[in-house]
Design a protein around this ligand. Sequence first.
Ligand SMILES: Nc1nc2c(c(=O)[nH]1)N[C@H]1C(S)=C(S)[C@@H](COP(=O)(O)OP(=O)(O)OC[C@H]3O[C@@H](n4cnc5c(=O)[nH]c(N)nc54)[C@H](O)[C@@H]3O)O[C@H]1N2
Ligand SMILES: Nc1nc2c(c(=O)[nH]1)N[C@H]1C(S)=C(S)[C@@H](COP(=O)(O)OP(=O)(O)OC[C@H]3O[C@@H](n4cnc5c(=O)[nH]c(N)nc54)[C@H](O)[C@@H]3O)O[C@H]1N2
Ligand code: SF4
Ligand SMILES: [Mo]
Length: 719
Amino acid sequence: MTRSADTHCPYCALQCAMTLTPTGAPAGRPDATTDAAAAPVTVAGRDFPTNRGGLCKKGWTSAELLTAPSRLGAPLVRGADGALHETSWDEALDLVATSLRGIRSAHGADAVGVFGGGGLTNEKAYLLGKFARLALGTSRIDYNGRYCMSSAAAAGNRAFGVDRGLPFPLEDLDGAETVLLLGTNVAETMPPFIGHLAGAQAAGGLVVVDPRRTATARLTDDGRGLHVQPVPGTDLPLLLGLIHIVIAERLVDLDYIGSRTVGFDRVRRSVAAWWPERVQSVTGVAALTLKRLARRLASGANTYILTGRGVEQHVDGTDTATAAINLALLLGLPGRAGSGYGTLTGQGNGQGGREHGQKCDQLPGYRKIVDPEARAHVARVWGVSPDVIPGPGVPAVELLKLLGAPGGVRALMVHGSNLVVSSPNVLDVRAGLERLDLLVVCDFFLSETAALADVVLPITQWAEEEGTMTSLEGRVIRRRRALTPPDGVRDELWILHELAERLGSTAAFDTDPEAVFEELRLASEGGIADYSGIDYAMLDRGDAAYWPFPRGGESTPRLFVDRFAHADGLARLVPVAVRESARPVATGDEITLITGRLLEHYQSGAQTRRVPELLAARPELIASLHPATGLRLGIEDDDRVEVSNVRGIVHCRARLTPDIRPDAVFLPFHYGDEQTANLLTSDEVDPISAMPEFKTNVVGIRRLASVPAMPVAESGVPA
Ligand SMILES: Nc1nc2c(c(=O)[nH]1)N[C@H]1C(S)=C(S)[C@@H](COP(=O)(O)OP(=O)(O)OC[C@H]3O[C@@H](n4cnc5c(=O)[nH]c(N)nc54)[C@H](O)[C@@H]3O)O[C@H]1N2
Ligand SMILES: Nc1nc2c(c(=O)[nH]1)N[C@H]1C(S)=C(S)[C@@H](COP(=O)(O)OP(=O)(O)OC[C@H]3O[C@@H](n4cnc5c(=O)[nH]c(N)nc54)[C@H](O)[C@@H]3O)O[C@H]1N2
Ligand code: SF4
Ligand SMILES: [Mo]
């Protein structure tokens, strides 16, 4: 193929537009006669409203993975010698199907679990949900979006009756004069995004709430914006405090509250005790700063409130996101022209991936699996009786706790997650995977999770496949093929089709993405996330297709203009309270562990640790500490340290930086094996969303006797 293809980046939800032009270099992993460095396509940024031609380092280098030396080129099966060996597709698929049948007949259909991912195209995510329910007959499917968007989704559904991360196009932010960023470091996690903050920055209204002085917080350095640096895990009291001030100072938009919401009285009563000085003593943020911030937010300027994982990935994440929504509603922002509230979806298809049935309680179109009407509708599209569709399963953390447990899961299929790196409390997860009778992983690389599998099925990469993604704006866009995939790999739709056939399923599992999308349209019709008016032809023309987009209807770039999605059209103000026992608090020499991201690596690092330039920039795990903390604990810059708690131990290098609060240590979660930050995180979950506590955990940290620096292998793990 020599034509160039207009597509989007394989990584995050900003889905920056790019053009891939084939270079003529051979696809697939290099052999002795090919040059490992020659990428088969060149990447160029393409003008698009979200990225305006810009890409970050990860986007620019994304094509290198197409020919990465470690790319898998044939299915792998674990042999009697305990090692993985290359085999044929027929043999691998026969083995998987035979094992799954055996496990199902011995232990029941729920003994097979499925773990999906927010990076899958809409077509793959939809077909995976259908495959679990019909071909496997299991209720036990969930996905990594549980770790990502579940708290924001639960809060959005509760307040607005719908969960579309941004209910407005990103370009609307250009006109903002005030933007409150709660727990998000967009300058590193979505670099081209900051172009949309320029207006607020110029107006002196960019406010960043983060315990670290991140690259995003530094955008306020000119002194006109504000960086608020609270005690980690205190965003809920902080927001209750802001609501208290807004009410006490009569800054509430009473017309809006009266005509567009219910529940004001209960919220008013619930914040009565959060006066500014009390909030100051809990969060460390000065009462005066809180008042200044509340007044700025209520100043009538075009104002947006946006949340990220820093406030959501907590055991009280749903309530914290709800408090942020309450604040936005009291100020009359959602649905008002030039203002709004939103959450920044993270994974490439984090939005679409949470709409079409990978969630344990969900059917396509964001339908509830317990709703008889929803079941009847989807059953009609699938050509089955509604009784055949299993009921709700369990969310991700609980699913992983069932691995190898009595009455639990004996076989797991993983599609799009490196869960032994990215799940909380990973030592227990590793133990669970080892107890399984069968672990099947679909991936392009031998990720840390794939390395534990009994069968690994190598798949096509983004530049080699067709499909659709739904960006953080709720806009459906096309992923297009620029290259013929290498011989040994297969498309995931084909894999699901082949397995369904071998499992004796009579349901249709199409292998053509457009045909799958046509079926998804029907299945989503009339649902909350209604895609029925969207087709490939209109996407190929470049039409902007924001859902809901009903058949014969129109795209909806802006939600909430006239009404919210609850039956009465009103938003719900939901009172939320601080649970004192929600999380352990550091005492004595203990310190709060914050986890998050670096610009150069993506998620578990399974992909970006294989890009030489990105690995060279961030080769190993580094713990960031305040110099005062270093002094207190006898740790100097570049010392090797041990970070530990009851769950696990991590060894890494320390970096002293004034950009973090003295009561916290920061670890990125991008590294595998013994450098996995999730050895230390708790698998306690939010009671509403089942989101684990990734962002604030308690650890001890001490200096290790000096050890010489170790060379780092391609995986990022010391060789
Ligand atoms: N480079 C890169 N970009 C990515 C990704 C990646 O892995 N790497 N992943 C993508 C995905 S899936 C996601 S979900 C997004 C995530 O995007 P972000 O939400 O921007 O990323 P995080 O680094 O997880 O968390 C943001 C910030 O929360 C802060 N934080 C930690 N604890 C607290 C707290 O208690 N309160 C407050 N207010 N802040 C806190 C951290 O210091 C951190 O700077 O990024 C997407 N983009
Ligand atoms: N401590 C801590 N832990 C966290 C977080 C945190 O902030 N702190 N953040 C959480 C968040 S927000 C997220 S989103 C998760 C993400 O963490 P993971 O779920 O581990 O996500 P990735 O590392 O992107 O793993 C995706 C894997 O699937 C492969 N892959 C990519 N595309 C496809 C595809 O189309 N099909 C298949 N089958 N495979 C594919 C990739 O090669 C990679 O191995 O981590 C969570 N874990
Ligand atoms: S910001 Fe996200 S979508 Fe854009 S180039 Fe970087 S990783 Fe890709
Ligand atoms: Mo995420």
